[in-house]
Design a protein around this ligand. Structure first.
Ligand code: MG
Length: 235
């Protein structure tokens, strides 16, 4: 892959800005199990990481052959947000990394607008992005479809080919690549196992990293000519 000038950096929220996936998986497992779909936190992580609640609901309903309660997303959200106030933290060093990137930035997340706002507020990151925060609720199809990334680029007046996406999930990377964007895969969240990096690469991440202190330099290097930065391999 050739390097391209970057005009916009699009951040996923859960697992990239806020260390929320462990909390979220626990809430999903608890509520889905309560409604007759027994599943563990680890299984939720493996099957639904990066998938919007709407898409996850469709998958489960197809499998069990019946509809889940109308308000199941609300129940999961309530269970998740209950833990946010006490347990949620920003991904380590992400606030400084965001501040060090001078390019326009926005958030594109599978979460609902309320969940994104609560998460970013709890982590002290809301002011760094507002009002440039986009959710699956803004588009017809959530990740892994490219719609949300294309919508975010359009709103920010950026060309998709000149957008860089920071993602921690396979559906997110698939969606960003389908939108024609370059993706950096992040595997520093507390939900990431030893296999996470390989999964991000297999999904199409151009580069992977686990420490947000590396991000400003990676963004800068991506926009430079090949070979201009020693030690940064060709993408
Ligand atoms: Mg994520």
């Amino acid at each position: 892959m050739r390097r391209v000038p970057i005009d916009l950096v699009i951040f996923d929220c859960d697992g990239v800005l806020v260390d929320s996936e462990v909390i979220s998986c626990r809430a999903h497992a608890k509520v889905l199990t309560r409604h007759g779909y027994p599943i563990t936190e680890a299984q939720v992580l493996k099957r639904f990481l990066g998938v919007s609640d709407r898409e996850a609901r469709q998958i489960v309903e197809t499998e069990i052959g019946r509809e889940l309660p109308e308000d199941i997303e609300a129940q999961i959200k309530q269970e998740t947000l209950r833990s946010y106030d006490g347990d949620l933290k920003a991904i380590a060093h992400v606030g400084d990394a965001i501040a060090a990137i001078s390019l326009p930035k926005c958030v594109a997340s599978s979460g609902t607008p309320e969940k994104i706002r609560r998460g970013l507020c709890c982590a002290g990151l809301y002011e760094q992005f507002a009002p440039h925060i986009f959710s699956a609720a803004d588009v017809k199809r959530g990740k892994p479809a490219p719609d949300l990334f294309l919508f975010a680029a359009e709103q920010m007046k950026a060309v998709p080919e000149r957008c860089l996406v920071i993602e921690d999930s396979a559906p997110g990377i698939t969606g960003a690549r389908a939108a024609g964007m370059t993706v950096l895969g992040f595997f520093g969240g507390s939900h990431c196992s030893g296999e996470h990096e390989a999964m991000l690469r297999a999904a199409g991440a151009s580069w992977t990293f686990a420490d947000m202190r590396q991000l400003p330099a990676l963004v800068e290097q991506l926009g430079q000519k090949p070979g201009s930065v020693a030690g940064f391999p060709a993408l």
